[in-house]
Design a protein around this ligand. Sequence first.
Ligand SMILES: NC(=O)c1ccc[n+]([C@@H]2O[C@H](COP(=O)([O-])OP(=O)(O)OC[C@H]3O[C@@H](n4cnc5c(N)ncnc54)[C@H](OP(=O)(O)O)[C@@H]3O)[C@@H](O)[C@H]2O)c1
Length: 244
Amino acid sequence: MNAVPKIIAITGASSGIGEASARLLAQSGATVFLGARRVERLERIVADIRAAGGNAYAAALDVTSRESMNAFIAQAVQRAGRIDVLVNNAGIMLLGPLDETGPDEWDRMVDVNIKGVLHGIGAVLPVMRAQGRGHVVNIASIAGHRVRAGATVYCPTKHAVRALSEGFRQEAGPFLRSTLISPGVVQTELPEHITHAQWASDSKTAYEIAIGADVIARAIAYAIEQPEEVDVNEIVIRPTAQSS
Ligand SMILES: NC(=O)c1ccc[n+]([C@@H]2O[C@H](COP(=O)([O-])OP(=O)(O)OC[C@H]3O[C@@H](n4cnc5c(N)ncnc54)[C@H](OP(=O)(O)O)[C@@H]3O)[C@@H](O)[C@H]2O)c1
């Protein structure tokens, strides 16, 4: 971590990659603000971090609501005086063919994976502009690099995150940093929310080669730890055994 401990907000920090990142970044000296809907889980993680001597705070967050995101960032800024990094991590992956999933699941993915990221950027951009510095880390996926059947909505949501990160980078100017992390299969709760029976079962097989969430947390930390004049724009990270 850089000499001045960073103030970092993480969305979707109640499990998986968000939780692992919160734990690792706090260990490295950052003050972390954890947001998600399952507040009791956030509070357990915050208690662990504090017991280990770290600085962490939990807040209820629904990334699909602009008001909720604005409130999440505002309370972090009020408490810490600034925000150095936003990790736009919250996401859902509801796999299955279009005609067997349906518009409710498509909407949920668009709302969390795309609008959630936009809400995060919208909340921190004025703060970071006023500070004259800041860093947005977006979590996309290998699914943001290719399209496959059964992920016909999930893939475009992650392509959108990739495009958003690059657009943000170009508009950000010389003092704001933009990082996109595109993981392959990672051992988390992500596939547990798939409602389509066949795809839920196929995912279990696909996830047999998954790498740990701590691996992605280290990639996030790497991008954050670079000197301010260094902007790590994209990291693609997958299990060695993952062919596509
Ligand atoms: N695991 C993988 O193989 C993999 C691969 C590539 C990319 N990713 C991406 O990595 C990111 C993290 O996922 P994960 O793998 O760590 O899965 P996870 O364990 O299921 O974590 C997802 C997180 O998102 C949060 N979330 C979902 N909907 C939310 C909402 N409306 N508002 C706020 N938070 C919300 C969940 O918290 P609550 O339910 O408590 O709100 C949870 O903390 C996602 O963007 C995912 O697409 C994962």
